[in-house]
Write a protein that binds this ligand. Structure first.
Ligand code: PLP
Length: 377
């Protein structure tokens, strides 16, 4: 049996060897970054060096990086701590943003935020509001026009939060160009470990802490820093930044994959295909076959992908992202996400496409045709 092929990099991507080495080295060292002795000072130096690398990934200042326990915490901290009473979030945000949202901004059929609707929702209420728009969607890979969202928000005096968890390390991210006041990052989506992340602030942005009782992170996040996680996060950020061009090359494999799937099933729908997207993500519906069935069958055949929003506890719920895009429920039911990454090879994509096509022949709307043309036996 050949090794299973991992095509679920948006759920989490394998830790880069350089990051794993940094994690092991940090774990082998002793020292609390808050201690004043030499061990503590060395640990502090490592945290601050890591802060430089994470800041550089998004064009920010090191002093504006707040290390957290991951993307979920950063989103919660941004929206609770930014000082605005009303949270206006795009309808396709990650659940950790939606949990804090008061109202939703609709998106179009490709999953792109409706700027005119945003303008209306802000009218007369901007000073109370923080607008949250993700840079890249985790399910479809669709990129939001965050700079334009920020333009509208700023005109009304609203703050802007951007969840860049899926974009950072996959496409270039420049916080100032985006016009974001607060920006969320997570280590495990870019080759670092789970349980580490950052909230990055634009210069001068105030932030009230969620976790209190320690002066760490300039009073913005109490608790001893996760130094091994932070060191590995920073190393992964450095590697991902260096490899951005290589990552962009995944678009060729993604396009090859989509061509093959469409050739096998011309009715297969690729969600968000008309919008700018991440180079690595395909959200595709196999006509007539539930996503959960596909995921299990593909897993048995050696391919790891996900259905719906696979972030949470293995449950497969209908996708709020596809619903917000106005997808036909039957199409949405048949959707799976295939996400490529730094370990993906052309043969992985070709093998997956052949397996998916065979599955469609067996179970999909193509099954009848396949049976009709099969020799009688
Ligand atoms: N935001 C987006 C867009 C995500 O895809 C995820 C994870 O899937 C998160 C936030 C949460 O990040 P973490 O897993 O680090 O809590």
């Amino acid at each position: 049996m050949t090794d299973p092929v991992y095509l679920d990099h948006n759920a989490t991507t394998p830790v880069r060897p350089e990051a794993a080495a940094a994690l092991a080295a940090a774990m082998a060292a002793t020292g609390n970054p808050s201690s004043v002795h030499g061990f503590g000072r060395a640990a502090r130096e490592a945290v601050e060096a890591a802060r430089d690398d994470v800041a550089a990934l998004v064009g920010a200042r090191a002093g504006d990086v707040v290390f957290t326990g991951g993307g979920t915490e950063s989103n919660a901290l941004a929206l609770a701590g930014c000082g605005r009473r009303r949270v206006l979030a795009s309808a396709v945000e990650h659940p950790s943003v939606l949990a804090a949202a008061d109202e939703l901004i609709p998106v179009d059929g490709d999953g792109v935020v409706d700027l005119a609707a945003l303008d209306r929702l802000l009218d007369g209420r901007g000073a109370d509001t923080v607008v949250s728009a993700m840079l890249a969607n985790n399910e479809t890979g669709v990129l939001q026009p965050v700079a334009r969202v920020a333009e509208v928000a700023r005109r009304h005096g609203a703050l802007v939060h951007c969840d860049a968890v899926q974009a950072a390390g996959k496409v270039a991210v420049d916080m100032a160009a985006l016009g974001a006041d607060l920006l969320t990052l997570s280590a495990h989506k870019l080759g670092g470990p789970m349980g580490a992340g950052a909230l990055v602030l634009a210069p001068g942005t105030d932030l009230a802490p969620l976790l209190r009782g320690g002066g760490q992170e300039r009073g913005r996040r109490a608790g001893t820093e996760n130094l091994p996680g932070i060191a590995a996060f920073a190393t992964a950020a450095r590697v991902a930044r260096r490899e951005l061009e290589t990552f962009a090359g995944l678009a060729r494999l993604r396009d090859r994959l989509e061509r093959r799937l469409r050739a096998a099933a011309p009715a297969a729908r690729v969600f968000g295909a008309a919008a700018p997207r991440l180079p690595n993500t395909t959200c595709v519906a196999m006509p007539g076959v539930p996503g959960a069935t596909q995921v299990m069958a593909l897993d048995l055949a050696g391919y790891a992908v996900s259905a719906g929003a696979a972030c949470s506890s293995g449950k497969v719920a209908p996708s709020h992202v596809l619903a917000a895009m106005g997808a036909d429920p039957a199409d949405a039911d048949g959707a799976i996400r295939v996400s490529l990454g730094w370990t993906t090879k052309e043969s992985d994509v070709d093998g997956f496409a052949a397996t998916w096509a065979a599955l469609y022949g067996r179970l999909g709307h193509g099954a009848g045709a396949a049976l009709k043309t099969a020799p009688a036996a």
